[in-house]
Design a protein around this ligand. Structure first.
Ligand code: PMP
Length: 392
């Protein structure tokens, strides 16, 4: 098929190569196909061939009968150290099937034992937050933990006890790309989701060093379909409990996936700071998209975007332009109270802000998709802004 084509409303024909005029642009999902051209350029270096007899075992061969490849763990630690986005030396590493699986693994690991006398932990996040924290927690609401809603309901440590709380913090945030810090404080446990804490999407002010952190391969390399994530955990007992969850659930992350990720991380490492640096490539694409979208939206009185400023990045060792994964759109007109609906009428499919427990005046545009999808999006946004007419 055609590179990056998802064959949605804007693309038709046997290989999705025909543009459909007046189609609805799809800017809904966070599918990271903006990196596909990079991997097309590194097709053979990034290729992994697996013979039929290879890796049939439940266990890896380099890990003393474990489910986690020691070599992959070593390369992931090298990647964090080389990028400078996380302190790894005093952390345990726990692999999982995408970072989505880590949501429950880590909540479970931080909750009181199911037979303990203490009440269930309350799992909270600050709006606008990534909705899967809520849907995953609610699916298993029970003796160990329950969904507690947004942090706005609970105040901060100076006013209330934060005992038994688990707060999710996403930094940079999905949907609004801000670098948030925990708000509850006190004795609340914190899980920091650093899915986007890579130089494609944000400046790196300093290596992250929280007690419990989540990462995924989906956003830095773009291999979302491989389903690979990992946690960095300071406390040994918490790491053991998280690891046991993944073992009990799926007997460890897919060995095929671990093998493929090893090849991918090696290519990323080999090219750091060179001409084919994946972060320089990714930042280049994302910065250009953000700049182009801003240039059009700045002419609008109908919609606005979050404000982002250039900032110093320790990875690039210079001030870099903003390059968020998502645009967080606000509809400014009285009648556009349902911003997602208003955008859909303008033939732009976005993700409604109500999913993030934000006002319906907000909706999310994904900037991570293929070049084709981005061009279709730019056409529709330009039409929308050009259609605005004001008396001087
Ligand atoms: N956390 C955040 C903030 C995300 O945006 C996503 C994916 N959209 C995930 C976690 C889950 O990613 P995956 O399961 O592919 O690792």
């Amino acid at each position: 098929g055609r590179p990056g084509c998802e064959c949605n409303a804007c693309f038709a024909g046997p290989d999705c190569s025909l543009r459909t005029p007046d189609c609805t642009a799809d800017a809904n999902s966070g599918n990271p196909l903006f990196l596909e051209p990079y991997w097309r350029r590194h097709a053979s270096a990034g290729a992994v061939v697996v013979s039929g007899w290879h890796r049939m075992s439940y266990t890896t061969t380099d890990g003393h009968g474990l489910f986690q490849s020691v070599e992959l763990e070593r390369q992931i630690r090298r990647l964090h150290s080389a990028v400078g986005n996380a302190v790894v030396d005093d952390k345990h590493v726990v692999f999982a099937a995408g970072s989505i699986q880590l949501i429950n693994a880590l909540v479970h690991a931080l909750s009181p034992d199911a037979d303990a006398a203490s009440p269930p932990a309350r799992v909270v996040a600050t709006a606008p937050y990534y909705p899967t924290y809520r849907t995953q927690t609610k699916m298993f609401d029970g003796r160990e933990y329950i969904w507690g809603g947004t942090t706005a309901l609970w105040g901060n440590a100076s006013r209330n006890s934060t005992d038994g709380f688990i707060e999710f913090v996403t930094s940079p945030n999905n949907p609004d790309a801000q670098l948030y810090k925990p708000v509850l404080g006190g004795s609340a446990a914190v899980i920091v989701d650093h899915a986007y804490y890579w130089p494609h999407f944000t400046h790196i002010p300093a290596p992250a060093d929280e007690d419990v952190m989540m990462f995924t391969m989906s956003k830095p390399s773009g291999h979302a379909g491989s389903r690979f994530g990992w946690a960095l955990i300071r406390d040994q007992d918490v790491a053991k409990r998280a690891n046991k969850y993944v073992q009990d659930s799926i007997m460890g992350a897919s060995r095929d996936t671990q093998l493929r990720m090893l090849g991918i991380v090696k290519v990323m490492l080999a090219n750091l700071h060179g001409e084919e640096d994946i972060f320089a490539f990714g930042h280049g694409v994302m910065r250009t998209r953000w700049r182009r979208l801003n240039a059009v939206v700045s002419r609008s009185r109908r919609i606005s975007l979050q404000k982002m400023a250039p900032a110093y990045c320790t990875y690039f060792k210079r001030i870099r332009d903003p390059s968020p994964a998502y645009a967080w759109v606000k509809c400014e007109r009285e009648e556009d109270e349902d911003c997602h609906e208003a955008m859909l009428k303008a033939k732009i499919n976005t993700r409604p802000g109500v999913l993030n427990e934000a006002s319906s005046r907000y909706t999310r545009i994904s900037l991570l998709k293929s070049d084709d999808d981005f061009e279709a999006l730019m056409e529709r946004v330009t039409d929308l802004v050009n259609a605005e007419r004001y008396d001087a």
